[in-house]
Design a protein around this ligand. Structure first.
Ligand SMILES: [Ca+2]
Ligand SMILES: [Ca+2]
Length: 177
């Protein structure tokens, strides 16, 4: 009779052949030194030791919704921005830079469960000036890997809209030839 043990993972035996498997939950936290040992009934022992490296996987967007690419009034809303992460235990942050000179802000990441989608981000911002803005959502997990996403938006006609004009209206250019 042989007793086989492993410091981590699962051992199974079929036809006298032992197999070792390990269900990864999170990288790199699941990384470790693994020792598998076999001892027979006479006390003879052999073992193997190896380093198991589990890599972290960055979160990945699965949905990215922008309410307004063109900001007609003051406020632009993004979200829900949904993402998945291979790890079920990683936590996440989202740093949002609205591109108008205001300080980037960490916004709330709402985790979900049981749906295959790990979390969502939704946020609004009030622009004080007209212009063309580069907006960046920098999503990252607690291991420092992320997936920054950049898009562009503009607010060229906000004042006209407030005055009841439609985009494109206003003072015209008349030429006489
Ligand atoms: Ca991780
Ligand atoms: Ca991760």
């Amino acid at each position: 009779m042989v007793i086989v043990t492993a410091s981590a993972g699962l051992l199974t035996q079929s036809g006298g052949v032992w197999s070792w498997t390990f269900d990864v939950i999170d990288g790199p936290d699941d990384s470790q030194v693994v020792t598998i040992s076999a001892t027979d009934s006479d006390g003879f022992n052999t073992e193997v030791t190896f380093q198991l490296n589990v890599n972290n996987v960055a979160p990945e967007y699965v949905g990215f919704f922008v309410t307004q690419g063109l900001i007609i009034f003051d406020t632009m809303t993004i979200g829900p921005v949904s993402f998945v992460d291979a790890s079920s235990v990683d936590t996440h942050t989202a740093l949002l830079d609205w591109g108008d000179g205001t300080s980037p802000e960490f916004v709330t990441v709402t985790p979900s469960s049981g749906t295959g989608t790990y979390g969502t981000v939704s946020e609004s911002h009030v622009y004080d000036s007209n212009g063309f803005f580069e907006v960046t959502v920098a999503l990252a997990d607690d291991d420092g890997d992320g997936d920054p996403q950049t898009f562009y938006t503009s607010r060229p006609n906000a004042l006209r809209a407030k005055m009841g004009e439609k985009p494109g209206q206003g003072k015209g250019l008349n030429l006489n030839g």
